[in-house]
Design a protein around this ligand. Structure first.
Ligand code: PEP
Ligand code: MN
Length: 347
């Protein structure tokens, strides 16, 4: 829909607009109002180049799109009935929990093994553990490929599927070859379209899951869903959206908590939403409330950092990891909130 700056387009302006849309196989249908005339684009209006050209006309105020820019992740797509299953849970049918350390310490693997057993006991369905880490400072610990074996050993010991972050194509290959179930795209790489494409290509023929974090710089909901579309375009739609807080921070929190975008996402996409309260608020004492808020907003699950001894952890663990007992209580309460929401929906 084309909204002109003035009340209607002049005949010359209408001609110019018609010429552009015709080039892209569309037509213009004026909708004449008492005060203002607007112009419907009839046809497939998803071509970005056509929209850019129309938006570039000085007499066009804005273009409102009727069609969704995402073909696969859209709530109206045929994939809307697609369900993702992991760790014995079908997302959307039961609260799904990913938990584990921020960063595996390759020098002290027992902390990871003990944490793995503890998060399973607390009720987690998937085990997280950072092998490669995106760090602000290049001199801090960047991860270690040796941790991949530790991660998979944790999977073996607990029977839980595992999630780990991949930052480059080589990590994707190593993680898939090792048997990682969920590839995490971190907030810093959620706008890295060549990585998103490489992941899409690598998992096209597999049932691998992608946990796609929201970039701290992603303002719009469409931008987030479009990032998922990049991966799904190759054929595997197992993508979970993970809000984890945005920039600028909310004074006192690590990021600006964004669990409240869950219902906005759910209006536009069928993709499950698993909120990460740990990176959102960034301090263990604030995490449980954020987790409960996420479920109240309609999240399908949670991704929570936990550690048997946070002070002995590396990466984010000393600040934001929950002790297993706190994780267990948070999951128990989150399930209650989940039940209330689903009861409310049925009535
Ligand atoms: C993490 O999960 O440990 C992490 C680095 O998260 P994010 O990409 O959201 O900062
Ligand atoms: Mn972390």
């Amino acid at each position: 829909m084309i909204l002109p700056k003035s009340n209607r387009l002049t005949p010359e302006q209408l001609n110019a607009v018609t010429e552009i849309v015709t080039e892209f196989g569309c037509k213009i249908q004026p909708i004449i109002g008492a005060v203002r005339t607007i112009y419907a684009i009839v046809g497939d209006e998803r071509d970005e180049l056509m929209i850019n050209r129309l938006e570039g006309l000085e007499y066009v105020d804005r273009i409102d799109r009727i069609q969704s820019p995402f073909k696969l992740m859209d709530i109206r797509s045929d994939l809307a009935t697609h369900r993702i299953r992991a760790g014995g849970v079908t997302l959307g049918e039961e609260l799904f929990v990913i938990a584990g350390v921020c960063t595996i310490d390759p020098k002290n693997p027992n902390y990871f093994y003990e944490t793995a057993a503890a998060v399973k006991e607390a009720g987690a369905h998937m085990l997280r553990g950072g092998v490669w880490k995106p760090r602000t400072n290049p001199y801090t610990f960047q991860g270690d490929v040796k941790s991949l074996d530790i991660l998979l050993e944790g999977a073996q010991r607990t029977g839980l599927p595992v999630d780990t972050e991949v930052m480059e194509e080589a990590h994707v290959t190593l993680a898939l070859d090792a048997g990682v179930t969920a590839l995490q795209v971190g907030a810093r790489n959620a706008l890295n379209y060549s990585l998103l494409r490489a992941i899409g290509r690598a998992i096209a023929e597999r049932d691998t899951i992608v946990l796609l974090k929201r970039s701290m710089h992603m303002g719009s909901i469409n931008e987030f869903i479009s990032a998922a579309e990049y991966i799904a375009a190759f054929g595997n739609p197992n993508i979970i959206l993970c809000p984890r807080g945005t920039a600028p921070t909310l004074d006192g929190y690590r990021n600006h908590p964004d669990e409240s975008i869950t219902p906005l996402l759910k209006e536009k996409t069928w993709a499950p939403v698993v909120v990460d309260p740990s990176h959102s608020v960034g301090k263990a004492s604030y995490v449980p409330a954020c987790a409960l808020a996420a479920v109240a907003y309609g999240a399908d699950g949670l991704c929570v950092e936990a550690h048997v001894s946070p002070n002995h952890g590396i990466g984010d663990d000393p600040k934001q990891s929950l002790l297993p007992a706190v994780l267990a209580e948070t999951i128990r309460q989150a399930k209650q909130v989940w039940a209330l929401r689903h009861l409310a929906r049925k009535n």
